[in-house]
Design a protein around this ligand. Structure first.
Ligand code: TXE
Length: 479
């Protein structure tokens, strides 16, 4: 099946006439083509967005809200179809797509449809000067949204929804590895009555289509989620053009386990935080530090639970671990397992490709636990982004805090303890943007979302996203 660009409310082939293969990760087959859109395609999308902006920026909040909520309802009504498409395109278990990815994409539209009606700006009475200042928050104009392959529709809509809610028009590019649900979104937007040109979706490679969006002189803000190296490249291009940038990049997050935690809950959650979505979530807790007194017991229990995770075809309801997203990605993850061995890491379970009967060319890998001797080894410092975690014991609070922070990334951290004093201390000392205590991935869409250090710049979510997608203008009136 061939995918098309969605420009000015219409699905169409790329001007570039250039196409790339779309692979199905569960069987390794090419099952369609996607446009590799050129500068000319991006320009066409930009012109459509620019034209739509005049009216869209003037629509009432109520009208915008109604359309966003309608998109959300239509996604819910099409849950099965979207979940199947996401699972096939990405390799993730259908159960996950049905309970997490697509419902969350629907929530993104509903949330920002409601949030925009509550978004307010400040005013400042300048006492003694007979003046009042207020902040006018205006949409930026045409903005660019570029998203990755791990949570395709979930992250694509996490950017698009606040951008259009705030009155902008969008040129968006999903990952070329997982374009399918973004393609299906176009028709839903039309059905919901989103005016043509408000959302334009162009498909293609990062270095062609993505780069053309970032380089476009009139696209004034870029919201990006993806790899840290790509984020740096985007910043290099966008900074001299003074574009507004929101970058949500990689992570290598610590999962810190103290003996005084609720053990069973910790164990269940740690299995998910390690391997959900084949470990391909920037928030996964891929470095597990365990207090020495429970280390041996944890090791036995964790390995037992992980060995029981069923690796299989993503369309099967019993599958817990589906296929990795692509062949190059599988190879990257496997190369880290080799690195672990040369670094003296001990593979406690997993480490090998899995051959699924009938789907021998799919990109399957066993969930893998590596016991490392030192936190400084490469498998503990570099983002692997697959079903691979490291474990090691620690003795003191100070030791584990130092190891948790001694890394270039700073996205999230999880702490397992029932000690309040320790919790407060860690909440202040950990160099991360998101800190979970006795839980993982519990999300409230109002909260600021993003990382520090090499994990990114800026925050998404709630009013932070609406602030990003608007320009603040100070108006000072003397009376
Ligand atoms: O992501 P890319 P890749 C990490 C993970 C993974 C690594 C590389 O470690 O192994 O990044 O993954 C577009 N200008 N994460 O290479 O390339 C690209 O087309 C503009 C973490 O698949 O960063 C896609 O739409 N755009 C992460 C998007 O950027 C460009 C999720 C992300 O792709 C571009 C995914 C360019 N020059 C990977 N180059 C997370 N934080 O969740 C690429 N793109």
């Amino acid at each position: 099946m061939n995918i098309q660009n969605f420009i000015n409310g219409k699905l169409e082939n790329p001007i570039s006439k250039d196409w790339i293969d779309n692979y199905c990760p569960s069987d390794g087959e090419v099952y369609g083509k996607i446009p590799n859109s050129s500068k000319a395609d991006v320009e066409k999308a930009y012109q459509s967005a620019k034209t739509a902006f005049k009216q869209w920026s003037q629509t009432t909040l109520e009208a915008r809200s109604r359309i966003l909520i309608k998109i959300s309802e239509l996604l819910e009504a099409n849950l099965q179809r979207f979940a199947e498409a996401e699972s096939k395109d990405n390799g993730k278990p259908i159960g996950l797509a049905k309970t997490i990815d697509i419902p969350r994409a629907a929530s993104n539209f509903r949330f920002f449809g409601n949030a925009i009606t509550q978004f307010a700006s400040e005013s400042h009475e300048s006492a003694g000067q007979n003046a009042i200042n207020y902040t006018l928050r205006q949409p930026i104009g045409v903005v660019g949204c570029i998203s990755p392959w791990n949570l395709p529709l979930y992250l694509f809509t996490w950017k698009i929804a606040p951008a259009i809610a705030a009155g902008n028009c969008v040129v968006a590019k999903p990952s070329e590895v997982t374009p399918m649900t973004a393609y299906l979104l176009g028709e839903i937007c039309n059905e919901a009555g989103l005016p043509k040109g408000v959302l334009n979706i162009v498909h293609g490679l990062g270095t062609t289509t993505g780069q053309a969006i970032v380089e476009h002189p009139e696209i004034k803000a870029i919201s990006f989620t993806g790899g840290t190296a790509t984020g740096a490249q985007i910043a290099r291009v966008a900074a001299p053009m003074f574009k507004k940038l929101s970058l949500e990049l990689g992570g290598k997050n610590p999962n810190i386990i103290f003996a005084d935690c609720d053990y069973n809950e910790m164990l269940e959650t740690t299995v998910s935080s390690s391997f959900a979505n084949q470990g391909q979530i920037c928030l996964c807790g891929s470095r597990i530090f365990i207090e020495a007194s429970i280390y041996e017991a944890f090791k036995v229990d964790f390995v037992e639970k992980v060995k029981a995770l069923k690796v299989g075809h993503p369309a099967k309801n019993t599958t817990k671990i589906g296929a990795l997203v692509s062949k190059p990605h599988l190879e990257k993850v496997l190369s880290y397992i080799d690195i672990a061995k040369t670094e003296g890491g001990k593979i406690l379970c997993g480490g090998n490709k899995v051959v699924v009967k009938g789907f021998e060319n799919g990109y399957y890998l066993e969930p893998t636990i590596i016991e490392v001797k030192t936190d400084e080894c490469r498998v503990n410092q570099e983002e692997i982004f697959g079903p691979v975690v490291t474990i090691m014991p620690f003795k003191t609070e100070a030791d584990v805090l130092q190891m948790a922070n001694k890394i270039k990334y700073g996205l999230s951290a999880t702490l397992w303890t029932n000690n309040l004093k320790r919790t407060m201390h860690f909440s202040k000392q950990l160099q991360v943007g998101i800190f979970w205590v006795n839980t993982w991935m519990l999300r409230d869409l109002r909260t600021p979302f993003g990382g520090v250090k090499a994990s990114g710049v800026g925050r998404e979510g709630g009013f932070e996203a609406l602030r990003f997608f608007t320009e603040a203008k100070n108006v000072c009136i003397k009376y």
